[in-house]
Design a protein around this ligand. Structure first.
Ligand code: FE2
Length: 273
């Protein structure tokens, strides 16, 4: 899930959505062909998880037990009871204020439609495969789940202070494209990485800078949305993300007032891993 305002080019039916942009999932209406596409996508990605995905992510995938077909969001929400999150269906990308409000209420919005078979490799909008298999596994991890809740709570402040850009950078680099140093190896946990076969290998083993996480640096770092990422940030524990919430408002204001850092730029002060 990324956050831009709905535009006419988006695929979802926004006319059918409630004021908070939720829609019924209508899981019973998922076709056998869609379930087959899901199984193919899931099999291809999960074959990469053993080598490339963080342990907490792999455990989340196992808990969700969703290899057999497009998941039922209400049923899957049962697996999130321990962290207090719930999944809601949406038509696709939703406006920032609605997105933050869902996260702040521990609701994760999941696009209800699945890509077509000819879109296995690339899709411009997030679909249920990206939103679910990419994002939901880590909602079973208490530290990450608490971070994402606090992230949502920061949305209203950022909006009022003209600091949405740094907040969006935090989501991009650490929720969509975050890496974890685990048992001496670089593993992926970000949804944008782990829902893409190409990016999964590129992010963890490709010839690309992987920098030790620095919150102030991340909040200033611009990104590209149309290609593999030119650099990644690495944490050692999800508690690092939760810890940055404490000073987040002040950090957002500093980042708002600082010069942005170009996508892919490596600075003298960086710590490459
Ligand atoms: Fe996403």
């Amino acid at each position: 899930m990324t956050t831009i305002a709905p535009a006419p080019a988006l695929r979802g039916d926004y006319g059918a959505a409630a004021a908070d942009y939720t829609v019924p999932q209508r899981h019973a209406g998922v076709t056998p062909a869609e379930h087959a596409t899901w199984r193919a996508l899931h099999a291809r990605q999960s074959a990469l998880f053993g080598r490339h995905a963080a342990r907490a992510f792999r455990e989340g995938v196992a808990a969700l037990d969703c290899a057999g077909g497009v998941p039922d969001l209400d049923r899957a929400s049962e697996a999130l009871r321990r962290t207090g999150w719930r999944l809601v269906a949406v038509p696709g990308l939703i406006p920032e204020d609605a997105f933050f409000a869902h996260l702040a209420a521990r609701r994760f919005p999941v696009t209800h439609w699945l890509r077509r078979p000819e879109e296995m490799d690339y899709l411009e909008e997030p679909d249920i495969f990206h939103d679910f298999l990419g994002h939901v596994p880590l909602l079973t991890d208490p530290a990450f789940a608490d971070f994402l809740h606090g992230y949502g709570e920061a949305g209203a402040f950022a909006q009022a202070q003209g600091a949405l850009r740094p907040l969006a950078r935090l989501y991009w680099h650490m929720v969509e494209f975050g890496l974890l140093l685990e048992d001496g190896a670089i593993r992926a946990y970000g949804a944008g990485i782990l829902s893409s076969a190409t990016e999964t290998v590129h992010a963890t083993e490709g010839p690309v800078p992987r920098l030790r996480f620095d919150a102030a640096r991340v909040l200033r770092t611009e990104y590209r949305i149309d290609d593999l990422q030119p650099l990644y940030f690495v944490i050692e524990d999800f508690r690092e993300l939760f810890g940055l919430l404490r000073g987040l408002e002040a950090a957002l204001l500093r980042a708002r007032d600082a010069d942005p850092i170009a996508p892919g730029a490596v600075l003298a002060a960086d710590t490459p891993l």
